[in-house]
Design a protein. Structure first.
Length: 151
């Protein structure tokens, strides 16, 4: 989608502090940048920085080779600000480690605001089971790049 039209993705969306969101973002051209253990851990560090900065409270996440799923409770920023800060910090950290792939992330992201009737634990299980469904591991416990507050 041309950048000039990317604003249409956000039309009608708003960020509500305290609300739970499932976010998904993809690497540029789905390059498997995070197959590398150390690169994936740089992404994990930036997820934790978002929590420390009080932008959100991470409930569950998984860093896949070419994308990220992230279940959060939004704090005092908009979703756009949260994702812009996260993507910027990860790109800077990865470039400092010698990653020359430009850009790192595709523009935009997908968000889903959880409804009251949706089970948060069910959504978290869906997120952390991603490596299993993708055939990367036989057990979720064998995949190193995920976390959930319930475990």
């Amino acid at each position: 989608m041309p950048l000039a039209e990317s604003y249409l993705l956000r039309r009608g969306h708003f960020s509500e502090p305290g609300r739970l969101y499932m976010l998904t973002t993809i690497t540029y051209q789905r390059q498997p940048l995070f197959q590398d253990f150390h690169r994936a851990r740089l992404v994990v560090k930036q997820l934790r920085t978002s929590d420390q900065n009080q932008d959100c409270r991470s409930l569950a996440w998984v860093v896949m080779p070419d994308h990220l799923h992230w279940l959060i409770e939004l704090k005092g920023v908009t979703l756009g600000t949260l994702m812009r800060r996260f993507k910027s910090r990860t790109a800077i950290a990865l470039r400092k480690q010698g990653v020359r792939h430009k850009p790192i992330w595709q523009p935009g992201y997908q968000d889903h605001a959880l409804r009251r009737e949706e089970s948060v634990v069910h959504v978290a299980r869906y997120i952390v089971a991603n490596p299993l469904r993708a055939g990367l591991v036989r057990s979720v416990r064998d995949y190193p790049h995920w976390d959930a507050v319930w475990l």
